[in-house]
Design a protein around this ligand. Structure first.
Ligand SMILES: Nc1ncnc2c1ncn2[C@@H]1O[C@H](COP(=O)(O)OP(=O)(O)OP(=O)(O)O)[C@@H](O)[C@H]1O
Ligand SMILES: [Mg+2]
Length: 412
């Protein structure tokens, strides 16, 4: 398949020779069963590679199971990966297949593989070498035929030297190494990517697209981009949404590029508000809303795709939906000139779609009720541990307490 066809099909932007070489490698080894280890800094674009490999492989009609190893609690990780027998631990009410069984015949993508505890690393090595594994609580050896692709942004040599990652597993996973270089080493692609992200967001909210002046373009290309493409995308979206002017000068751009440090959002000046015990600026609020909405849209699309295909994609079925931040001060809605109303409508649409399509539909269409329901679900999941529930929901403990109080009052 021509590399441009692959790029089009998977929405990959850029002509950097090292990016193209990574895509070519993915294509060349797709037909084999070799394990693949994808490395590169956070936000460089590792996640598309396993999708390319699976969909160009003879396994493409079987399951593609993607798991974020860093996101699953250590205590249940093994049962998630390898399954468990009924009664093997409290709460194991029935026998359950693990991801390695679900992926039989297909491909398993272990994202953030560097986060696996050592005890699980041993078991992973065994599956890789022999296809054999045991369900938790069982001594019966089972076999599975899966192609393993792993990714991580950790420094493996350091992790091996400090005893956090098994050397034998590293070499076993690394049969085919694929490295995605940081964005600052792909200078010619930076403006291209920026234009694409700016265009996408302009399309999405039907607003005119932003354009950089030559100095701004130069600043963009010489910036360090510690958060790589993910950070670039955030910046393109923030500027599109928050700036009234569509012609972006270096002076404007500079506000969005933190002087140094990790890929944190820049702290922008502006009046701040105290909402639910937390302090927000106008820009924080609008952007937070936008991000939540984007995230929600992606999650809805993922859920729809899963339901439509009938494929098992456990990481997506396990998706958690963050509650929508509703408490915007009235005047904020007039601030982002192009999108105030559209944002509102989009959120309402997204929530209704979610309600229509969710496997278990909430009883009420009110956002307030939906978020209360989510809070209760999170509490149930975390056995009433409010800290853990708040963390999962992406809200502070104080906000959670406040919501619970409101809820309590509402029921009296
Ligand atoms: N070449 C590209 N063209 C278009 N979009 C890209 C490209 N590279 C990355 N992206 C986008 O940038 C974002 C970050 O990419 P991705 O999630 O793959 O990062 P990652 O390498 O997995 O990072 P992490 O190690 O933090 O998980 C995604 O939204 C992805 O679609
Ligand atoms: Mg990733």
């Amino acid at each position: 398949m021509d590399i441009n066809d692959i790029k089009n099909r998977f929405g990959i932007i850029g002509h950097d020779p090292r990016l193209e070489s990574a895509i070519n490698t993915a294509q060349q080894i797709a037909g084999t069963d070799l394990s693949v280890l994808i490395t590169g800094e956070s936000g460089v674009g590792k996640e598309v590679i396993p999708k390319i490999i699976h969909s160009l492989s003879p396994r493409k009609h079987k399951n593609y199971v993607a798991i974020n190893c860093g996101a699953i609690h250590g205590g249940i990780l093994e049962s998630e990966l390898f399954g468990h027998e009924k009664g093997s631990f409290t709460g194991a009410n029935e026998t359950r297949k693990g991801y390695f069984e679900e992926a039989n015949g297909g491909t398993i993508f272990l994202d953030e593989v560097g986060e696996l505890p050592l005890s699980t690393q041993v078991k992973l090595l065994r599956v890789l070498e022999s296809g054999e594994f045991l369900r938790v609580g069982s001594s019966k050896i089972l076999k599975t035929d899966v192609r393993v692709i792993a990714a991580s942004n950790i420094n493996f040599m350091h992790a091996i030297n400090t005893g956090k990652f098994r050397e034998d597993l590293y070499y076993r996973l690394n049969a085919v190494p694929i490295y995605i270089p940081p964005l600052r080493e792909r200078k010619k692609d930076i403006h291209l990517l920026f234009k694409k992200f700016a265009l996408d967001i302009a399309d999405k909210y039907t607003m005119p697209v932003i354009k950089l002046d030559p100095q701004a373009q130069e600043m963009l290309e010489s910036y360090r981009w510690a958060g790589n493409v993910r950070q670039l995308k955030n910046v393109a979206e923030q500027i599109s949404v928050l700036e009234n002017d569509r012609y972006i000068t270096a002076e404007i751009l500079k506000k969005y590029l933190p002087a140094e440090g990790p890929d944190i959002l820049p702290v922008l000046a502006g009046e701040s508000y105290n909402i639910g015990g937390e302090s927000y600026t106008d820009r924080d609020l609008i952007f937070k809303m936008l991000l939540q909405m984007n995230q929600m849209r992606q999650e809805i699309d993922a859920l729809k795709a899963t339901i439509a295909s009938g494929n098992v994609m456990p990481h997506e079925q396990a998706v958690e939906i963050a509650p929508v931040q509703q408490t915007l001060p009235a005047h904020v809605q007039t601030l982002p000139v192009h999108i105030g109303k559209q944002l509102d409508d989009s959120i309402t649409d997204a929530v209704s779609e979610l309600v229509e399509d969710a496997p278990v539909a909430p009883k009420s269409l009110s956002i307030q009720d939906a978020s209360t329901e989510l809070i209760l679900k999170a509490l149930e999941k975390h056995h009433n541990n409010r800290k853990a529930a708040a963390k999962e929901l992406g809200i502070s403990e104080r906000t959670l307490y406040r919501r619970l109080n409101d809820f309590g009052k509402g029921r009296k």
